[in-house]
Design a protein around this ligand. Structure first.
Ligand code: CA
Length: 228
């Protein structure tokens, strides 16, 4: 079945460009021109991916994202935010709200399509990779094993989920709040400081045989796994 992508965008020049490119890659595509319409269409049929403009009439993109993540029927729906804002603080805010990725306008169509493919590859089970490697770290999600430089790393369940999430997005910075939402689940009340504790444990485990610290702390922003 073709993946279904919903575009929520009020600028018709942008939505037409996206529509054209997505259809060319054989996706099924629908367009909503404002936030209210987007929410209604999502209620009718949940898309495999939502391309969501930040500034939408009636209900803003941020609010649409928030409603999907908090109490929507499909809270885990992949969302890529489209926005004219490129400030780092806005980026973090967008990711905090629960977007999976973030593209700043004007964007390159090639880059956006690559992100779309990457997000869909992650969520489509047939295409889901069982093993991911980043640098010298390999995670086997079926066998639930982690290797670094051919030595096995033993992790607790939370550290395993954290690493799994980092490895799906190498190089990307995640705020503590976002890690809490995706790794712990938004319905669980955990303090942001807990993230620091688990990241600390993960670091220690990954460095059991020495070697470089693969996790980068980004001051006042969060954590990232170093890319390749
Ligand atoms: Ca707009």
């Amino acid at each position: 079945m073709k993946p279904f992508v919903l575009i929520a965008e009020d600028e018709s020049a942008v939505s037409e460009l996206l529509l054209y490119n997505l259809q060319k890659e054989d996706y099924e595509v629908a367009v909503a021109a404002d936030g209210e319409e987007a929410l209604m269409m999502i209620d009718e049929r949940a898309p495999d991916l939502l391309l969501l403009d930040w500034m939408l009439p009636k209900v803003s993109g941020i609010e649409v994202c928030r409603r999907i993540r908090n109490g929507g029927a499909n809270p885990n729906m992949p969302i890529i935010m489209l926005t004219a804002r490129g400030e780092e603080s806005d980026r973090i805010r967008g990711l905090d709200t629960g977007a999976d990725d973030y593209v700043t306008k004007p964007f390159s169509t090639t880059e956006l399509m690559a992100r779309v493919r990457a997000v869909l590859r992650r969520i489509r089970p047939g295409l889901k990779e069982d093993k991911i490697s980043v640098g010298d770290i390999v995670i086997d999600r079926v066998a639930h094993r982690v290797m670094r430089n051919d030595g096995e790393i033993h992790l607790g369940p939370t550290e395993f989920r954290l690493l799994d999430y980092f490895m799906q997005h190498p190089g990307r910075v995640f705020s503590r709040e976002q890690l809490l939402d995706t790794v712990w689940g938004s319905d669980v009340y955990v303090e942001a400081r807990t993230v620091d504790v688990h990241v600390g444990r993960l670091r220690k485990a990954l460095r059991q045989d020495g070697g470089e610290d693969p996790i980068r702390t980004v001051r006042s922003a969060g954590y990232a796994l170093r890319g390749n």
